[in-house]
Design a protein around this ligand. Structure first.
Ligand code: UDP
Length: 240
């Protein structure tokens, strides 16, 4: 049974959420739109939605098979995922293996330096406030999340990091950092949202070639071509 797509519930920067005829399920639709610097830079890239949807579905399947379930039920169409409806926790979890991006800028560190141990950072999910960095104490004090939820998120994020590092590593790609979101579902904290090159830094081992949204943020080339090349690496040339 394919659930019927209902009204749009929410339109984000690169995805929209639709209701279905089952109130416990939603459809996530991935668009070709890209934004950077909190919406200051915008563009449309052919195939981006389809590729991000395919990569998210594949990674959520891989993670679930290895003991980390997500909100995803299954992929429906080329750009649609059927998901359990969750209450998104407004705390973004970033895991880093190599210094890059805002970590380098914030503390004057050198981009590209590996970290001895993965570093977990928390950010408040707020476009108006530009996603400020959070300490666990602040997150708990102002009830953005419960302490046990943050512990759960941290544990799962580190597990996901181990699994994704191995996944990308086998494809000759270093996982530099990535962002995860979690949701509340039946009293549990479950991985939600997406895992895509929009929210990850993926550098080719040896060449350092970027396979992620930094190509758009930093004007390093054509994002559609970059994502098609990544898709080909994940699924084989024929499906690119
Ligand atoms: N990221 C994201 N959404 C955000 C902020 C960051 O998906 O709102 C991802 C980003 O793609 C990168 C990682 O989280 O893989 C760390 O991003 P960083 O904090 O370095 O920020 P940026 O340099 O992207 O501003």
């Amino acid at each position: 049974m394919i659930p019927a797509r209902g009204a749009a519930l929410y339109k984000g920067k690169a995805k929209s959420v639709f209701a279905t005829d089952d109130p416990s399920l939603v459809i996530l639709r991935f668009s070709d739109e890209a934004t950077a610097f909190n919406g200051v830079k915008q563009a449309v890239f052919q195939d981006k939605g389809r590729i991000n949807c395919a990569i998210t579905a594949h990674l959520f399947d891989e993670l679930a098979a290895r003991g980390v379930p997500s909100h995803m039920v299954r992929q429906l169409g080329e750009r649609d995922l059927l998901c359990h409806k969750v209450e998104i926790i407004p705390v973004e979890v970033v895991v880093r293996n190599v210094i890059a991006g805002s970590l380098a800028r914030r503390y004057g560190l050198t981009e590209g330096e590996p970290l001895d141990e993965p570093l977990v950072e928390l950010f408040l999910k707020s476009d108006e406030l530009n996603d400020p960095l959070l300490t666990e104490e602040v997150a708990v004090r102002f009830d953005f999340a419960k302490r046990w939820e943050l512990q759960c998120m941290r544990e799962q994020a580190l597990q996901v990091n181990d699994l994704l590092r191995a996944f990308w590593g086998e494809l000759g790609i270093d996982l530099i950092d990535f962002k995860l979101e979690f949701g509340r579902l039946d009293g549990k904290v479950v991985l939600a949202d997406e895992i895509t090159p929009d929210g990850s830094r993926l550098w080719e081992r040896g060449t350092g070639q970027r396979f992620d949204k930094d190509v758009f943020r930093r004007d390093l080339g054509d994002l559609s071509q970059t994502y098609r090349a990544l898709h080909a690496r994940v699924f084989g040339e024929t499906q690119a």
